[in-house]
Design a protein around this ligand. Structure first.
Ligand code: 5GP
Length: 177
């Protein structure tokens, strides 16, 4: 399959994402005011959303990252998760917020939640830019959702196709046909 930008149909423009991110940041700041918060970015896809969200969350909190690889046959994850890069600090007794790019089947997030719950945080919540609930294979609580989308493969604003398109400032649907 040849990759081409002409196959990308813009879905969420940069300005619309920014408007939503400001709302989400305000909500998170209100919910965690006065609490010891650790915000955990799940790399790699989250990097653009994470920067915009944290910049718009007017609180003092710790920032750390985790990188996991989902094993799968083909395009779907299996929920078998390998930690490539672990947190650089403890979340024990602290309020932890996982920030994700997209929740699809939910298998990856489910596994990461279990890993982190074992470390006994005071609370554990999840924030995602995009949610594809129609694809869910395991129920996993998602507390903050930027946009709920249909079952499309999307790229841009951090999301890739074979490593490409993460730098686009918008989210678009990739149409391989
Ligand atoms: P899950 O375990 O929920 O099925 O997989 C979540 C991960 O799959 C996301 O973090 C993301 O890396 C990848 N993913 C799921 N849907 C899409 C999509 O539409 N576009 C891209 N680029 N990645 C996706």
């Amino acid at each position: 399959m040849t990759m081409s930008r002409s196959r990308i149909y813009p879905m969420l423009p940069f300005d619309q994402i920014q408007e939503r991110v400001v709302e989400m940041g305000a909500q998170i700041a209100a919910d965690y005011e006065g609490k010891d918060l650790v915000v955990i970015g799940l790399l790699n896809g989250v990097f653009q959303f994470f920067a915009d969200l944290t910049r718009n969350t007017d609180l003092d909190f710790d920032i750390t990252f985790m990188q996991v690889a989902s094993y799968g046959g083909g395009t779907e994850s299996t929920g078998e998760v390998k930690i490539l890069h672990d947190l650089d600090r403890s979340i024990r007794g602290r309020h932890a917020l996982i920030v994700e790019d997209i929740v699809d089947t939910g298998l990856t997030l489910n596994k990461v939640r279990k890993l982190l719950l074992d470390r006994e945080p005071a609370s554990l919540k999840v924030c995602t830019l995009l949610d594809k609930p129609s694809r869910r294979r395991v129920q996993v609580p998602v507390d903050y959702v930027g946009f709920t989308i249909e079952d499309h493969f999307v790229v841009g604003y951090g999301l890739d196709l074979d490593g490409k398109y993460r730098n686009l400032p918008y989210v678009g649907i990739y149409n391989p046909a």
